[in-house]
Unconditional design. Structure first.
Length: 347
């Protein structure tokens, strides 16, 4: 079984030999302790890391983060069941554990996988005598978004190549495909540079086209006076002669997954309890910015009333070895029960 001693005699050895000398931005005692926790609770994980032989801060960061997560959750009710699921490779269990850590940091002691009316929400906390139940989900980047980004990057590259020295800002009104891209490139060849005009290709795109200048071109695209969230690709190229070319390609989105995901999770919750749906949207491009208005529009008098709130989380590595979180709490004014006490918490 893998042991902490296999990584060195102390934290200094570990950093030098396994992190290429780049120390994770956490206290040495905490980092070294995290490896000890893994030795105690999940030595098979250390075995896998040792067998792989890969080194560097990018490899060690997830390992240290896992140890810190397990240490924070070890004494929680339901931890053994959760750990068993994590060892089986259930990705959902890992995300549930990471969210439990956030609750622990807030001073709560969540119960993991509590039983409620023969159902099993992911976690529960008590706030001022009020039980608040959580369900945690992790949407992936959907295939439609992946395809859209690929097509947009391809179009941006072609525009930059064929329009040296220009500023080109495109707001798509339709899904891209090779034929649409070709028509946009052909249309650009008919334009004269202008900082004032917005050119319209009906049902295809809004376009601004001018000689490159430091100030960016921009415009809003609204539907029923509501600014739509969107996907965005930008490029800035410079020739050997110093000529700059900037290309922006964006498309508004109405990702129906927001409603599908909420509908799929509603059955976990009772309409007699206080419930919060947590979405870890770290893998959704511009997730919090794009999904916040989509979720807000799904709070309506006749649907989604079991959700007192939706919490959007997005994780990122801020500095070496540190995984930080952005968070947005969206309150549902139409909920059967609103977790008013939860909104006083600092997420």
């Amino acid at each position: 079984m893998g042991k902490r001693a296999d990584f060195g005699s102390n934290w200094t050895d570990f950093v030098a030999n396994w992190c290429s000398g780049v120390a994770p931005s956490i206290p040495a005692e905490q980092g070294w302790g995290a490896i000890g926790v893994l030795e105690h609770l999940w030595p098979e994980y250390l075995d896998k890391v040792l067998a792989g032989g890969a080194k560097g801060i990018a490899i060690m960061t997830p390992m240290i983060d896992l140890g810190i997560t397990l240490e924070a959750c070890e004494n929680l009710v339901g931890f053994d069941r959760l750990l068993s699921r994590m060892k089986k490779g259930e990705e959902a269990a890992s995300h549930e554990a990471k969210f439990a850590v956030q609750l622990v940091k807030l001073g709560y002691k969540p119960e993991l996988e509590p039983i409620l009316n023969r159902k099993c929400p992911d976690s529960m906390i008590s706030v001022g005598g009020e039980k608040v139940y959580f369900e945690i989900i992790t949407p992936d980047t959907c295939d439609a978004m992946k395809t859209a980004y690929s097509e947009m990057r391809s179009l941006a590259q072609r525009i930059s190549k064929e329009n040296t020295g220009m500023d080109v800002n495109i707001k798509l009104l339709t899904d891209l495909n090779p034929s649409i891209s070709d028509s946009i490139l052909a249309y650009l060849k008919t334009l004269s540079p202008s900082t004032e005009n917005t050119h319209k290709m009906p049902d295809v795109a809004l376009i601004k086209y001018s000689t490159f200048a430091p100030a960016p071109l921009s415009f809003e695209h609204k539907q029923n006076d509501v600014e739509l969230p969107g996907l965005f690709v930008a490029s800035l190229n410079r020739t050997e002669d110093g000529i700059k070319t900037r290309t922006n390609v964006g498309v508004s989105i109405t990702d129906e997954r927001a409603q599908r995901l909420m509908s799929a999770e509603a059955h976990h919750f009772s309409n007699k309890e206080t419930n919060i749906l947590v979405m870890d949207i770290s893998r959704v491009p511009a997730g919090i910015r794009c999904w916040s208005p989509l979720i807000q529009r799904r709070f309506q008098p006749n649907i989604n009333r079991r959700f007192g709130a939706v919490v959007l989380l997005s994780g990122y590595i801020a500095t070496a070895g540190i995984i930080s979180w952005r968070c947005s709490v969206l309150q549902n004014q139409y909920a059967y029960k609103q977790p008013l006490s939860v909104y006083s918490m600092t997420w």
